[in-house]
Design a protein around this ligand. Sequence first.
Ligand code: EPZ
Length: 420
Amino acid sequence: MESFLIKGGVPLHGEVTISGAKNAALPILAATLLTDEPCVIRRVPDLSDTRFMVQILQSLGATAKFENGTVTVHAKKIRGYADYELVRKMRGSICIAGPLLARLQKARISLPGGCIIGARPINLHLKGFASLGVKTKIEGGYIDATVKKLIGNTMFLGGRAGPTVLGTANVMMAATLADGVTVIESAACEPEVVDLANFLNAMGAQISGAGSPTITITGVKKLHGAEHEVIPDRIEAATFLIAAGATNGEVTLRGARADHLRAVIDKLSEAGVSVERSGADLIARRKGKLKPVDITTLPYSGFPTDVQAQMMSLLVLANGISIITERIFESRFMHVSELARLGADIEIEGPSAIVKGGKPLSGAPVMASDLRASAALVIAGLAAKGATQVNRIYHLDRGYEQMDAKLRKLGARIQRVEEK
Ligand code: EPZ
């Protein structure tokens, strides 16, 4: 297995280009199953998750090619049964269910396992499908879903932690080919849902309200092929903004969307990291000493849960007490014990982490656990004195395109090595 070997203490300087958004690309790739015509998706980040999704499309019978960030898919004839091994490996693959139900009126996919950040239930996906007339049976780790004809309906998709992003995506995709009108109340408002709706409308769907808590989908008979460029990855952008602040550097982000980052930019400013717009670019630099801030993760447009771990790595450097409360996932503090190995002083109290920041970090071997926790460990390693080895970085390769190369270009001393 591979590790990152980081020699910390170097302020990051220079420019970095933000890749396409993983969490937009995955449902958009699934949406290409909705038509028997070819689709071209551009600015798809080259990640293990996106490569898995392309393999899943191929295992369903579609032809799919992934070259230089562009995926061409032609789902001329497909079957409704995805390869268990592939689907099991990636939670995001659950979003092939909606397109398969719309295209074939059936879908047999493996129950997506939970993961390290929480149970990851799909009850809201199934509730939405049931509202459209879908019958589902769960046995042997599979979901068998069938429907005679999808019938539009009004449904409430809010759950224990608010809206569901992929649940909204799944039901929206199924509803594009349903009979009649579907209204999703308490829909997710994330930019990735808006990007998916824009692609579906380019295919001939009739969707309005994406980005608001109420999305209306008027079913159509057929969808045609379309081309689309995926939005930039706001979570990758936030990660680099935070890395600039943590290393006391100055980094220019090319292609990031400031309008997708308002909560992050607001909190960074409060913490002493300024983020300025210069044309289409964003420039992050420290403004004096870092200050402690309190953060609560919320559904969009609140502070994103996918940036919580990275922010914690910044706040361990700020003199004083920061309280970080995770409201979306039930166990998303795996990075805390690893940050403690670098000298951070953090206590967990239920859904909150009490960060007693200001002690200097010193390098040590640490273990990546989930995608964003791994990013937090890289940021901490860049700020720590001495060498930090981040092990099991396959977690990172799921969601960050060439992270080590991008950081090296900014002056970081980071190498990808075989874990000893
Ligand atoms: C998406 O996951 C993202 N993944 C996650 O990013 C992100 O953290 C999450 O949205 C929240 O923003 C992709 O888009 C591939 P949810 P998703 O359904 O859709 C509960 C990353 O690091 N819930 O919005 O699976 C759930 O348990 C990943 O890139 C139900 O209760 O998340 C959670 O508490 C991690 N029932 C909350 O809702 C359901 O049926 C939000 O989950 C579905 C979800």
